[in-house]
Ligand binder design. Structure first.
Ligand code: NAD
Ligand code: UGA
Length: 433
């Protein structure tokens, strides 16, 4: 069993730390955010993620998982330092590496024993080499024995623990094969394919994977828009396509487009890398444009249905960028709300988990406690995030309480025939309307 330090306790760092502890390692999770660490020490999770609290508390109880804000404490005797800090979009979409730099410098300043630095943050190709340079420069005259390994993370929010514990693959990249093999041992018990490659290739696999998934979604959204004009049903089209083993069924749900803390920034960063190095990322540009338009189309359809959006009351169900998370970063719902508000609409909203996070960024939105309060007096109801609790609503009650029975099912969650039979004017995405 190994001694591991994880730098950054966000979605990736906290899940990585808790899961490695659960696999029997001794893990110290470090963050510069004192409140976050203080709360974690009290057993309070900084994020809503199914199964996380249980695995954290259990491993803290067994003495395998610790939290600190002290770099010396976290790095003491650590064989591995995982960097899992944020890499947000910076100028022109370029990934901002300031937090990665801070983590690398702290390692250089503090560590005095051989260590493997593992980069789990999503970083531009070449960052692994740069991290080694940052450390070496900082240590000038007092060399440190270390290797850098890229170990991109593929977990999804909302199913992060399962994704970590049952990955399709683990990707490791390094100039030092032995270091990558040592990291591979940490994952051995997961019994999944472990691919070892070079540093830059591993970094590119992460961007290419996210960009490909985003491309699939933009593709099906474009097909959905064509279906709407031609009277076909995109859900059936996706099902028919997905039965082809070469295509597969995943990531073909048409809707409001992709959001979240990663796809938008990663597609942008990949396109930026491409331009910087003289290639023209036409497909990536189209993928982003389709995604932007997807939100606008919903607002245009609503305006057409209601005549105008000015002073209309629009109820929005779901604020998080996808179900089972309270994360609202780049949530399509938020963008739709801003577009609606720009046209003078008055927005009411409800989300099962994300209301606290949404409060400060949606000052004009009336946040209410139930889906039924959202519908009350509304001129239209927009389903923006397909939470399970929205699947089976009492539509009789909703019909009675709305000012106009207009439904914009922007995630294709409900049955159009049933809702139309009840008297609703129903719009889905790519369902022939
Ligand atoms: P996050 O914003 O949730 O958390 C980052 C944490 O790092 C914060 O708590 C912050 O306080 C801390 N931090 C910043 N600078 C620090 C420093 N110098 N030392 C210690 N802690 C520091 O980020 P996240 O969503 O976990 O993403 C982390 C990285 O993983 C990003 O590169 C992201 O692209 C990638 N990633 C994220 C996901 C996901 O689902 N969120 C999945 C795969 C990969
Ligand atoms: C995504 C990837 O799936 C992970 O593999 C990756 O590790 C992660 O990004 C990352 O790098 O951060 P995540 O953003 O948590 O994970 O969620 P997804 O399930 O991929 O959904 C992303 C967005 O696409 C959501 O807004 C979702 O609503 C949308 N989506 C997804 C669709 O519109 N249609 C689909 O068929 C699937």
């Amino acid at each position: 069993m190994s001694k591991i330090c994880v730098i950054g306790t966000g979605y990736v760092g906290l899940v990585t730390g808790a899961c490695f502890a659960d696999l029997g390692n001794t893990v110290t999770c470090l963050d510069v955010d004192e409140t976050r660490i203080e709360r974690l020490k009290q057993g309070i999770m900084p994020i809503y993620e199914p199964g996380l609290e249980q695995i954290v508390l259990q491993n803290v109880r067994h003495g395998r998982l610790h939290f600190t804000t002290s770099y010396p404490e976290a790095l003491k005797d650590a064989e591995f330092a995982f960097i899992a800090v944020g890499t947000p979009s910076g100028v022109d979409g370029e990934a901002d590496l300031q937090y990665v730099r801070q983590a690398a410098e702290a390692i250089a300043d503090i560590v005095d024993h051989p260590i493997i630095v593992v980069n789990k943050s999503t970083v531009p190709v070449g960052t692994g080499d740069w991290v080694a340079e940052v450390i070496n420069r900082r240590r000038a005259g007092k060399p440190l024995e270390f290797s850098v390994v890229s170990n991109p993370e593929f977990l999804r929010e909302g199913s992060a623990i399962n994704d970590f514990m049952m990955p399709d693959r683990v990707v490791l990249g390094s100039l030092h094969r032995q270091a990558a093999e040592k990291v591979a041992q940490l994952y051995q018990s997961l019994r999944c394919p472990i691919m070892i490659t070079d540093l830059r290739t591993a970094e590119m696999i992460k961007y290419a994977s996210n960009a490909f998934l985003a491309t699939r979604i933009s593709f099906i959204n474009e097909i959905a828009n064509i279906c709407e004009e031609l009277g076909a049903d995109v859900r059936e089209v996706a099902r028919g396509m997905g039965l082809d083993k070469r295509i597969g069924p995943a990531f073909l749900d048409a809707g409001l487009g992709w959001g979240g803390s990663c796809f938008p920034k990663d597609v942008k960063a990949l396109a930026h890398m491409a331009v910087l190095h003289g290639t023209h990322p036409q497909l990536l540009q189209a993928v982003m444009e389709i995604n932007r338009n997807q939100r606008r189309r919903v607002v245009v359809k609503l305006r057409k249905a209601l005549g105008t959006l000015d002073q209309k009351v629009i109820g929005v169900l779901g604020l998080s960028f996808k179900p089972n998370t309270d994360d609202i970063r780049e949530a399509p719902a938020l963008e739709v709300i801003h577009l609606l508000e720009n046209e003078g609409a008055l927005v009411k909203a409800y989300d099962p988990q994300a209301m606290e996070n949404a409060r400060s960024v949606l000052p004009r939105v009336q946040l209410v406690e139930t889906p039924y309060q959202v519908a009350e007096g509304a001129d239209a109801l927009v389903l923006a995030t397909e939470w399970n609790e929205f699947k089976q609503l009492d539509f009789e009650q909703i019909y009675r309480s709305m000012r106009q029975p207009v439904i914009m099912d922007a995630r294709n969650l409900w049955n159009p025939d049933q809702l139309r039979a009840m008297g609703f004017t129903y719009f889905g995405i790519g369902r022939g309307n």
